[in-house]
Design a protein around this ligand. Structure first.
Ligand SMILES: [Fe+2]
Length: 300
């Protein structure tokens, strides 16, 4: 019937063990096969060795064979080679260099609405929470593309993502579910993974999760807490040992009816957030990526 969610990603990093341990502390569940799982999404993160940090692989969930046939036809129409298997079709995006797989997958239940009413004359249950914050799913990934136009065409016309919003000349917010965005393709001088974003219950869990990660590790702090403007989500970004940002988020806009959503075009950095501390100076192009560009410009 349709694209319905992000199934998972494969991240390449120089130090696999340190990165896996970081995401375990972040609240993902390490599985015996080495993958890391969320509460609702199952195994969603695979960490493998790579000389420099990068996103290698993105898997999008679809419902059935009709979806695979449609995606195969769409990719062929764009002149892009695709490999079709029994339950999946795979192709590479020329802009980000990502291998993208559309695979038949189980749907996962929608998130409860945060901030549901609570009884009068009682303390908020939020102040009593002590359990470790556990992300319920991988929500979105943000990647740098050498050719934004080609990437947008690949993901929209080839795979079937929908455009939710964009920043003029800079980035496109794309969705493969009812979430405002599951993929942000940003114009960049080098291909790289900017961040992965993991959904938690509400703003309290955004704050609690980040606070726990920073205990004894102040160097992990990147940006937060705040509320994004595009997508509206509460956010707090941390830095993993490889340098990738990882975001705890909640309260992202949902688009249940495509017809009633009109994509907007925003201008520049002021569209980044509605409130919160200012982003770090190297937010758009992290220092290690800028420094590593020498000789890595065309890196896949
Ligand atoms: Fe994000």
């Amino acid at each position: 019937m349709a694209l319905q969610r992000l199934v998972g990603v494969t991240m390449g990093v120089p130090d696999v063990a340190a990165t896996r341990e970081y995401y375990r502390q972040f609240g993902l569940d390490p599985l015996p096969d080495g993958r890391l799982a969320t509460v609702d999404g199952g195994p969603q993160l695979t960490v493998v060795h790579a000389d420099r940090r990068r996103l290698l692989d993105l898997v999008v969930g679809v419902d059935d064979q009709d979806d695979l046939d449609r995606i195969t036809r769409q990719l062929a129409g764009l002149g892009i080679d695709a490999t079709k298997g029994e339950d999946a079709v795979r192709a590479a995006d020329p802009g980000t260099g990502l291998t993208v797989t559309a695979r038949i997958a189980e749907r996962i239940p929608p998130a409860p609405v945060p901030g549901a009413a609570r009884p009068d004359n009682e303390r908020s249950p939020a102040v009593e929470r002590t359990a470790q914050v556990r992300p319920r799913k991988l929500g979105h990934v943000v990647v740098g593309s050498l050719d934004n136009e080609a990437s947008e065409k690949f993901f929209r016309e080839g795979i079937g993502f929908k455009l939710s919003d964009s920043i003029r000349g800079e980035a496109s917010f794309l969705r493969c579910s009812t979430d405002h965005h599951n993929l942000l393709v940003a114009k960049a001088p080098v291909r790289f993974l900017h961040h992965t974003a993991w959904e938690v219950a509400d703003a309290d869990d955004v704050g609690r999760g980040a606070t726990a990660m920073l205990d004894g590790h102040p160097e992990r702090h990147a940006w937060g807490m705040g509320r994004h403007h595009i997508g509206s989500n509460m956010f707090w970004y941390l830095r993993d040992p490889a340098g990738n940002f990882s975001e705890y988020y909640s309260d992202l806009d949902c688009i249940l009816d495509d017809v009633r959503w009109t994509p907007d075009v925003f201008e520049g950095a002021q569209s980044l957030y509605s409130w919160g501390p200012p982003p770090p100076a190297d937010w758009m192009l992290p220092e290690d990526i800028a420094a590593g560009m020498m000789g890595l410009h065309s890196g896949g």
